[in-house]
Design a protein around this ligand. Sequence first.
Ligand code: MLT
Length: 267
Amino acid sequence: MKVNVHGIDLAYDDHGVGQPILFLHAFPLNRGMWEYQVKTLLAEQRFRLITLDWRGFGESQIASDVSPMEMLADDVAALIDQLGIEQATLCGLSMGGYVAFAFIRKYPHRINGLILSDTKPEADSEEVKISRAQLATVALEQGSDAVANLQIPRLLAPQTLQQAPEVAIRVRHMVNAATPLGIAAAARGMALRPDSTAILAHIPCPTLVVAGEHDTITPAAQAQVWAKNIPNAQFALIQQAGHLANLEQPQAFTDTIRYFLHSAFTH
Ligand code: MLT
């Protein structure tokens, strides 16, 4: 389905009835990465499961060459406005988590639960900012598949690459569905994001922090430390997963978030 927000068409899916859960995808993938989670949680018949493609990813349009996390958070707010949803639980993985932090800063009253997976509240170091600019250039000059070549070994654990090559094929397919401009704009947008560490102590809702055991982009040991600063947070480690924990260990990841959602919404 498509919805026009702030002048561009955003692609999204909306399944089920009940507590709304919004899934926010990683860079440079798309809403297809949540397929297993949506299918499994839909069977519970108590959640409304919404996925969307960021600007320039999947089937969403893009019209600008920078996508700040605040702009993507505004897109989320406009989407849930149009769907008639006042409050939702956000489940963001990596860049999806960066957007979730921007959303918390702008719309704290619209969140009633939070799942932050393989992400971090800190801003980029100067070194990472430079590598984001280089990645934007690769995307624009060499195309999305060149970005897939660079990203896949970082995103997936060595064990996943060896034992589940179909996961890498799926990731490549999603990266190739992104436009070079979408990839470049999001890379530049991530480099602009502010440090969100100070808001951790003020997160108002039940929160689950999830980390893949072998994530090298947002290491699990660091996630465990920052999760302690959130008043009402649980931490879960997904064994034998890298950065894309929900794709690498779909069942363990989904069991973990299902347990959290039941504890958060059973009164
Ligand atoms: C992601 O998975 O969204 C990206 O790896 C995030 C990042 O590069 O910081």
